[in-house]
Structures are given as structure tokens and as C-alpha cells.
Design a protein around this ligand. Structure first.
Ligand code: KG4
Ligand code: ZN
Length: 325
């Protein structure tokens, strides 16, 4: 069964064709990110205007690349929530019209759940470690630009939110710290890169643990970074790389500790991670190492599937339709 997925929840215009909820036949992602970078964040009006212009082109390209003709699509899956309202409207209107014209089902998919579903996808013949029905139940850690939370996943119909951020999302805190350091947007990949050259023990930032909960808080560490920058602003050379390292290492250790603690608490042996921050090299390394020590099987999506994409929407769409996982 070939599902066409459409994703337009933020700055991206994305379409993909996925076979049987697993094999990616094509995935196209166009982003208007560069147009937003000078504002230090996403401007919703710019995002939705670009999406209107690009959506039909991107869908055509995804079908062409998958060598699938429109009538051979079994259903159209689309991100229904959460996201920027104007952007979601572009994707859902397009998907609804297409499903109506083709007389094929329209499947509405939750973007956050889809980030976790990315672990079930097979990108190419090199994909070795992908989740299957046997991997469930699992604990899910979603770390994106807009959301951070821990889920208990019995299956993709039955997901319980155990805890979430009380203020900034993990990705948002990377973006805000990068902005304070005038590094550009989005900040996550830049901080990830700089931190590798800034390994040190001299700078320490603390990050709230919120013990006894599965909640997070990242506004405190963000403020701690701000105060550090203010205090040292007269220094000739602000140690940007060291600050990036100190901030990143604290955030990733809180993320890793809390999701692995949730696995222990709920006696779960599988951890699924998803969202843009799942691309962070320090988080990936730490999770793989700690999970091995604790005999927990951790799944991290292929780097191409951490950031927003439509393959995860088409994949989860298949399961929403067939109720398999
Ligand atoms: O999941 P995503 O593409 O969009 C949302 O659904 O929000 O995540 C985007 C977020 C941004 O905040 C970006 O800075 C962050 O993911 N990000 C990273 C890395 N790559 C992207 N954060 C840390 N390290 C990275 N390598
Ligand atoms: Zn996302």
C-alpha cells in the first residue's frame, strides 16, 4: 500500500511516498528557513506564502521520484496538528482536495507522534536498526523546536504523555542560546558543531531536574547562559565554543537521564527518540552509551528523518489507517 504524505507544519513544504508504513520510496523537503534566518525565528506569514507556492510542485516531485502515479496512491496522509495555523491550512487543504478528487481516504496525523514513528522507517538498503511492532511498548522522547516530552507508547493509537517541558522546548533553548551568541538560526546544528571544539570543565551551567516528574524546564539554563554572557561581555574574546559545550552537555545529560529514568520506572526496554534535537551528536552518543549500560534498546532516527519531513507522516498514516502498530 503506497501512502502519500504531506507535511507543512512549520517552515518546510514536504511530501513523501512510503510503502506499507516502512519503505521510503521518495521524500522531498523544501524549507524556507533561509528567508527567516535574519529575523532569528520563523515568520508564519512568510512560511505559509512559500508553502502555497511550493506544495503542488513538491508533491509532483515526490510522486515522480517514487515512480508512482496519482491513481496508484492508496491514501493521502497529512499533518493535522500541531503547527503554525496558516501553514497547516495549506497542507490540509491541499491533501483534502487531492483525496476528494482521487476518491481515496484522507488520514490526519499528529506531527509529534510522527517524529517518534520516524524510527520505524527504512531509508535505504543500509538501514539496519529500525523499530518494529515487536519494539513496543516503548518510552518515547520527543525533542523538537516546539515540543519536548516523554511518552508511554503502548502502540501508536495508545500514547500517553508522561511529562513535558514547562517552558521552552529543547530545540527552542538551543535556538535562543545561539541567538544570544549571535550565531544564527536555527541554533541547534551550530551549537552542536561549535561544542565539539569547546570541550572544557571550567564553565558550568545548571539545568532544572524537576525530580519525581517526567517534566523538563530549560528556561533556567538559558538565563544562566545570558547572565554569563552579560558578565563577560567586556572580555576581548567571549569563549563561545566553551559556552556552547557547557550548555549543550548539561541539556543533553538532563534529556538522557530523564528518558532513561522513565524506562526504568515503567519497566520498559525500548526507547524511541525523535525531533530535530535527536540529530544532536552529543545526545546521540550519550543515549547510545547510557542505554547500553542499562540494557535498553534505543532507536534514533536516520539524520535525514530527525528534522521535519513527510515520510514520517506517510508512515504513521499507514498505521492510523490499518491500525497495525
Ligand atoms: O523537529 P524540528 O525540525 O521542528 C519542529 O517540529 O519543531 O526541530 C527543529 C529544532 C530547532 O530548534 C533546531 O535548532 C533543532 O531542532 N536542531 C538541533 C540540531 N539540529 C536541529 N538541536 C541540537 N542539535 C542539532 N544537531
Ligand atoms: Zn517537527
Amino acid at each position: 500500500m503506497n501512502i502519500l504524505g504531506i507535511e507543512t507544519s512549520c517552515d518546510e513544504t514536504a511530501a513523501a511516498v512510503v510503502r506499507d508504513g516502512q519503505k521510503i520510496l521518495s521524500t522531498i523537503v523544501l524549507s524556507s528557513l533561509r528567508e527567516h534566518s535574519r529575523y532569528g525565528g520563523i515568520i508564519p506569514e512568510i512560511a505559509s506564502r512559500r508553502q502555497i507556492e511550493l506544495i503542488s510542485l513538491v508533491v509532483k516531485e515526490a510522486l515522480l521520484k517514487a515512480r508512482i502515479k496519482l491513481p496508484d496512491i492508496s491514501a493521502v496522509a497529512v499533518t493535522a496538528k500541531p503547527g503554525l495555523i496558516g501553514s497547516l491550512l495549506v497542507g490540509t487543504s491541499f491533501a483534502k482536495s487531492l483525496s476528494f478528487a482521487l476518491k481515496k481516504p484522507l488520514i490526519e496525523v499528529d506531527h509529534i507522534h510522527a517524529h517518534l514513528y520516524a524510527n520505524f522507517l527504512i531509508v535505504n538498503d543500509q538501514t539496519k536498526n529500525f523499530a518494529t511492532q515487536q519494539s513496543l511498548p516503548a518510552i518515547g522522547l520527543v525533542v523538537s523546536g516546539g515540543h519536548t516530552g516523554i511518552f508511554y507508547i503502548k502502540n501508536f493509537k495508545n500514547m500517553k504523555l508522561l511529562g513535558q517541558t514547562r517552558d521552552d522546548a529543547a530545540g527552542e533553548s538551543f535556538d535562543k542560546v545561539a541567538r544570544m551568541l549571535h550565531l544564527g538560526y536555527p541554533g541547534g546544528p551550530i551549537i552542536d558543531r561549535l561544542a565539539k571544539e569547546g570541550v572544557n570543565d571550567n564553565i558550568q551551567f545548571s539545568c532544572a531536574q524537576l525530580p519525581g516528574t517526567e517534566d523538563f524546564s530549560f528556561s533556567g539554563i538559558k538565563t544562566a547562559v545570558l547572565y554569563y554572557i552579560k558578565k563577560h561581555r567586556h572580555n576581548e574574546h567571549l569563549p563561545i565554543k566553551k559556552i556552547a559545550y557547557a550548555f549543550q552537555s548539561r541539556v543533553v545529560s538532563v534529556l538522557a537521564e530523564k528518558c532513561l529514568a522513565a524506562c526504568q520506572k515503567h519497566k520498559i526496554k525500548t526507547l524511541l527518540v525523535g525531533g530535530g534535537v535527536a540529530a544532536n551528536s552529543a545526545l546521540r552518543k550519550l543515549l547510545l552509551q547510557k542505554a547500553k549500560e542499562q540494557k535498553i534498546n534505543v532507536f534514533l532516527p536516520d539524520l535525514s528523518l530527525c528534522l521535519d519531513n513527510a515520510a514520517m507522516i506517510a508512515g504513521l498514516g499507514y498505521h492510523v489507517m490499518t491500525r497495525k502498530v
